[in-house]
Design a protein around this ligand. Structure first.
Ligand SMILES: Nc1ncnc2c1ncn2[C@@H]1O[C@H](COP(=O)(O)OP(=O)(O)OP(=O)(O)O)[C@@H](O)[C@H]1O
Ligand SMILES: [Mg+2]
Length: 254
């Protein structure tokens, strides 16, 4: 099994969209029933990308508090990706879950294993922005972490904070490889182009070789509750995501 974490220091950079759309792109290559997504963000938005709006309370939070198997709350989608929502939960339940995650640093990895998804499964985990107990859990169980960035000054400014956070991850010998992925690339915008070039120089091999262009179809696809590869299969974002999916699959040796 391979686990991919999707994180960012800054909010709104496209983590949830990237998680959903990359998963759908990977499912296209790997086949149905091999790719799952787990929503570790209390915003509980990931399932919308797969048209699974019925997922309300059941999810990682409630299953964890009940000691129940995560697999029982996993919903199959028509896009070849199974989705485990965070769940729509009360504040006390969210706090209790976060306390559990503080107490057991390996909880998420253990639950993903216990879900029995199979040796050839790929699991993508979405997280809330910034340092959090969720981000720590992902680093403790992932084989690869993708750090999403925009080509803007705001994202650029978060790189030192991200790097010092990484330096402080416990058991740094076992820290999974983490690579930055540029989202919303727009070469027609001078600032976007300049920051992208600066990031390439600054991050070198830490920047994934494939980024995702800005494409209105990403937001439109969510409005139709579909992965962008289904909504607009021949668009720029779909093209980028298909390439990114192949690159991730090769990187994981899948
Ligand atoms: N490549 C893209 N092109 C155009 N719009 C995009 C792209 N990627 C994401 N977006 C848009 O950016 C907004 C934020 O995306 P998303 O919710 O995925 O970010 P996030 O990092 O998960 O946010 P949060 O930090 O709140 O969890 C959404 O409106 C989404 O449609
Ligand atoms: Mg999000």
């Amino acid at each position: 099994m391979s686990v991919i974490g999707i994180v960012s220091m800054k909010g709104g950079v496209g983590k949830t969209s990237a998680t959903a759309n990359l998963a759908a792109a990977m499912a296209t290559t790997l086949g149905a029933n091999r790719v799952s997504v787990v929503d570790l963000d209390p915003q509980n938005a990931l399932h919308w990308h797969f048209g699974l709006q019925s997922a309300l309370t059941a999810g990682v939070c409630e299953q964890s508090l009940r000691g129940a198997d995560w697999a029982d709350a996993m919903a199959s989608s028509e896009f070849g990706v199974a989705c485990l929502p965070y769940g729509n939960v009360s504040e006390p339940d969210r706090e209790a879950f976060e306390l559990l995650l503080e107490t057991d640093s390996q909880w998420v990895g253990a639950q993903v294993k216990r879900a029995g998804l199979g040796n050839d499964a790929v699991v993508l985990i979405d997280t809330p922005p910034g340092p959090s107990v969720y981000m720590r859990q992902v680093f403790a169980c992932a084989d690869l972490v993708l750090i999403v960035l925009l080509a803007d000054a705001g994202s650029y400014a978060t790189i030192p904070a991200m790097e010092s956070w990484l330096d402080e991850v416990p058991d740094s010998d076992f820290r999974p490889p983490s690579l930055y992925v540029l989202n919303q690339i727009d070469r027609s915008e001078p600032l976007n182009r300049d920051v992208a070039e600066q990031l390439q120089r600054h991050l070198g091999a830490r920047l994934a070789p494939i980024g995702i262009h800005r494409d209105e179809a990403v937001g439109e696809a969510l409005a139709f509750q579909q992965p962008v590869l289904v909504y607009d299969p021949h668009g720029q974002a779909s093209h980028d995501l298909a390439r990114l999916a192949s690159w991730v699959i090769n990187t994981l040796n899948r």
